[in-house]
Design a protein around this ligand. Structure first.
Ligand SMILES: [Zn+2]
Length: 480
């Protein structure tokens, strides 16, 4: 028979108690990571990363009141911790802000009373705050209740954001306007492939955003009117795709007009529908109203079908790769594609088939500047990314870098070249980072602190051990 007492229950930990303990330890370990990172930055602060005669730009990763750090610090930190350039910059900035601007919240992390992701969101959101504003945010969000739990761990992140907005507006009345201008300057739209679909994210002006929003709804209403019963979200996505197809939109509106003309005739003969017609004209709406869904959710036979693009469509260049091992086709930047996905893409675009560049061939040029074909070949290597350890930036838009400098006799060809993003090209040029390519498609990097990385096929492997500065400097001298 079970006879558990209150004392037993209080003393024995079940799985959830153990999970909570583990979560606390996780937070404390995160805090230890930031401490160690700042310890490393403090130890190396006096050693310039850039070579003599080079550029060593000091920059402030964190908010006001935090010390400046070499712009190349993220180059050493990122690969060592398995992070991209932007990931390591964010980590350094957050660690600096927690230490110098949000010490009370950092103490909560050390105690394990709040998850690290919450604290890091606050660090990011308050990065542009003045020191006083950050201090206020730190005080308010770290305020503990009777059991010692800080406010940040007791409310939703929505509420945390509200508090931060209040602080910004109260202490700096001009700021909302500045923020608006800043937001306006940050407008952008990104589209990237993800698991068989394209994701889109961006910022528009308020006016553009409103108009686009209404336009999508107008197209959705037209599609619905013609019997497309798919969910609202899907139809808005279809509508956005159709904005690039003027022919498609023309056909859609033409079909709607024809259908409406037919309905108007019917309406004239049906007095019981007059009210609806009047309402439509009073509101001044010219777009059709959706028809009731047909029974069983079946699509109406006259549902709109997007026509195949023929007139006026722009050409699209696709890079298709054939995987001999798996016998599959993959689309560059997207990954493996199915037959039906390929058909969908081909059905919507004029297709340019580019001859595959053999990655084994050595392409050479006589001058310093790499010709487009050589740049394209190198852009296709290393999984299409910059060859720096853990960098995720696309190689195709990166710089051509001579592994052995051109002025030191390094040729401009496939074997002595690779593609680096601008940031890592600068790091390789101005700091003690070195790279060698023992075989095509393989790069061996060594950091100023002596860490080594093997980069190939878009993967980075950290090699064990560290070389001493003496060997390193000699190697760099030899390479130069
Ligand atoms: Zn890079």
């Amino acid at each position: 028979m079970r006879a558990a007492t209150l004392t037993d229950e209080a003393e024995s930990k079940d799985g959830l108690d153990i999970a909570l303990d583990a979560r606390r330890q996780l937070a404390q370990t995160e805090a230890a990571q930031y401490d160690a990172l700042l310890g490393y930055l403090a130890d190396t602060a006096d050693t310039p990363l850039a070579r003599a005669g080079g550029v060593n730009e000091w920059t402030r990763y964190g908010g006001s009141g935090t010390p400046s750090v070499s712009e190349y610090a993220a180059c050493e930190v990122g690969p060592a911790l398995g992070l991209s350039a932007s990931g390591s910059r964010d980590l350094i900035a957050d660690a600096l802000d927690l230490t110098y601007r949000l010490p009370r919240l950092f103490a909560c992390l050390h105690e394990g009373s709040v998850d690290a992701w919450r604290i890091r969101k606050v660090a990011r959101k308050t990065r542009k705050f003045t020191l006083a504003q950050a201090g206020d945010a730190d005080r308010r969000l770290a305020a503990a209740n009777v059991d010692g739990t800080p406010l940040i761990a007791r409310v939703s992140m929505g509420r945390v954001n509200q508090i931060l907005d209040q602080i910004r507006i109260t202490e700096d009345p001009d700021d909302p306007e500045n923020q608006r201008n800043e937001n306006s300057a940050r407008r952008s739209v990104s589209i990237w492939p993800d698991d068989g679909v394209a994701r889109i994210s961006g910022t528009l002006s308020l006016d553009d955003g409103k108009r686009l929003d209404q336009r999508l709804d107008q197209i959705v209403e037209s599609l619905r009117f013609l019997g497309d019963n798919r969910p609202h979200g899907i139809l808005r996505s279809v509508a956005l795709g159709m904005l690039d197809e003027p022919d498609s939109l023309d056909d859609l509106y033409h079909q709607v007009q024809t259908a409406r003309a037919g309905e108007d005739t019917q309406t004239d003969n049906q007095p019981d529908q007059t009210d609806q017609t009047d309402q439509t004209s009073q509101t001044g709406e010219t777009e059709p109203t959706p028809n009731p869904a047909p029974p069983d959710g079946a699509e109406r036979p006259d549902a709109f079908t997007r026509p195949t693009r023929t007139r006026g469509s722009r050409a699209t260049t696709l890079y298709l790769h054939f995987d001999r091992t798996w016998g599959t086709w993959s689309l560059e930047d997207v990954g493996a594609i199915t037959r039906s996905e390929a058909a969908e893409i081909l059905g919507h675009s004029h297709v340019t088939v580019k001859p595959v560049i053999d990655l084994e061939t050595t392409i050479s040029a006589t001058g310093y500047v790499a010709p487009p074909r050589l740049k394209e070949q190198l852009g296709l290597m290393n999984g299409l990314t910059c060859t720096f350890p853990h960098c995720t930036r696309p190689a195709r838009v990166g710089d051509y870098d001579h592994i052995i400098n051109h002025r030191d006799g390094g040729p401009t060809n496939s074997r002595n070249g690779h593609r680096l993003c601008r940031y890592h090209h600068r790091a390789k040029t101005f700091t003690a980072w070195t790279v060698q390519s023992p075989a095509p498609g393989i790069w061996l990097w060594q950091s100023p602190a002596g860490r080594s990385y093997l980069v190939t096929g878009g993967t980075t492997t950290k090699l064990p051990g560290r070389t001493t500065p003496t060997i390193r400097n000699r190697r760099k001298r030899d390479a130069a």
